[in-house]
Design a protein around this ligand. Structure first.
Ligand SMILES: [Zn+2]
Length: 366
């Protein structure tokens, strides 16, 4: 064989091998062969409090709906304004592209008939289309009782509210605690390094006056136990995103517990892909998709036309990137690291991206 012939044979071999193993750093299409646009998608956890130009068009084009989650119970002006804006956006884009979830007033928690007034507020919100109710980490890690102790999420004052939600068949979206990293020394290798470097008030390492991660998980678990008919969706993988085995233990224990992956896909990419894939397959009826993108024109700045376009582009890019991780095969770059895609089967992807949310929130429709 002459040199040219040898080179030709070599190149053919390279081509063949690359076709077989999916050569290159990008993920291929999964065996499911569902494309990003084709699959019906619901982001169950983002906060869009701004009528961003081009957002609805983009969402329609990529077949994605966002559940717009109200998230401030400690400021009555913001609470009311968020609810109004969520309702307005839902009405404006009347095709169900921006449904919403309400939240619980926390200002009046020491007043008599607190639960009754919250229930009345939520009842109105449900009439106007709210699909679920959010509780945030300020309960457990920030708000105090008159005696100086932390207000915990399993405080008996919340019981009538949880019972009401169970009776109305409305899920509680519970962002309680923080990822475990909040209680550990700052580690540049950890996915949450940036957040805790920039938000030191939530970095609790060495601050023994705060409840521990374990205390908060136990408080959350006690709600699941006490209210077995309450659908509780643990936001951000139930704050156990460091280890899917921890999430699995709770899913095994509590039939009314679900999780969503918003703002924690990166945590999943850092774990063994085979283990995470098995987790998603085993608990295919219990895990929901979310992103946790925030846009707040109520308390934040207004965006220029150019910034609005950039926001919409970035949002689409992040949805595409997540889809590549969950649906694609091979390797990809995710937040600066080369990681392995999950290649989830088609039926699992469909439940994760929309089926589970539709089952838990019938108001979403099909
Ligand atoms: Zn959020």
């Amino acid at each position: 064989m002459n040199t040219e012939k040898r080179i030709e044979v070599f190149l053919k071999l390279v081509l063949l091998v690359s076709l077989i193993v999916g050569f290159g750093s990008g993920c291929g299409t999964s065996q499911s062969e569902l494309t990003f646009e084709e699959i019906d998608k619901i982001d169950v956890h983002s906060h869009i409090f701004d009528d961003v130009e081009g957002l609805a068009e983009m969402l329609e084009r990529i077949h994605l709906r966002i559940i717009n989650v109200c998230n401030r119970g400690t400021d009555r002006f913001v609470l009311v304004r968020m609810e109004e804006m969520a309702e307005e956006l839902n009405r404006k884009y009347g095709n169900g592209i921006l449904p919403f979830a309400s939240t619980i007033d926390l200002v009046g928690r020491d007043e008599p008939e607190y639960a009754e007034s919250v229930i009345e507020w939520l009842g109105k919100s449900f009439e106007n289309g709210s699909l679920m109710v959010k509780i945030w980490k300020d309960v457990g890690l920030e708000l105090k009782n008159p005696d100086g102790s932390f207000l915990m999420p399993n405080d008996p004052r919340f019981d009538p509210i949880y019972d009401y939600l169970a009776g109305q068949n409305k899920p509680l979206l519970a962002h309680l605690a923080e990822p475990l990293a909040a209680w550990l020394p700052l580690d540049p290798e950890n996915v949450h390094y940036g957040y805790y470097s920039n938000n030191p008030e939530w970095h609790l390492y060495g601050r023994s006056e705060y409840p521990s991660h374990e205390d908060l998980m136990a408080a959350r678990d006690s709600i699941l136990e006490k209210h077995p008919n309450l659908i509780l969706i643990g936001a951000h993988m139930g704050s156990m995103s460091h280890d899917v085995a921890e999430v699995a233990k709770r899913l095994d224990r509590y039939a009314n517990f679900y999780v969503e992956c918003s703002a924690r896909t990166a945590d999943l990419t850092r774990q063994d892909a085979k283990t995470v894939r098995e987790f998603f397959i085993k608990y295919q009826d219990r895990v929901l998709y979310g992103l946790d993108m925030t846009r707040n024109a109520i308390t934040g700045e207004q965006l220029s036309a150019e910034e609005q376009r950039a926001f919409v582009d970035r949002l689409e890019e992040r949805y595409r990137q997540d889809f590549q991780y969950y649906a694609g095969t091979g390797r990809m770059e995710y937040r600066g690291k080369e990681i392995e895609c999950l290649g989830l089967p088609k039926d699992v992807l469909e439940k994760f991206y929309s089926g589970n949310a539709q089952r838990l929130m019938p108001g979403l429709g099909n």
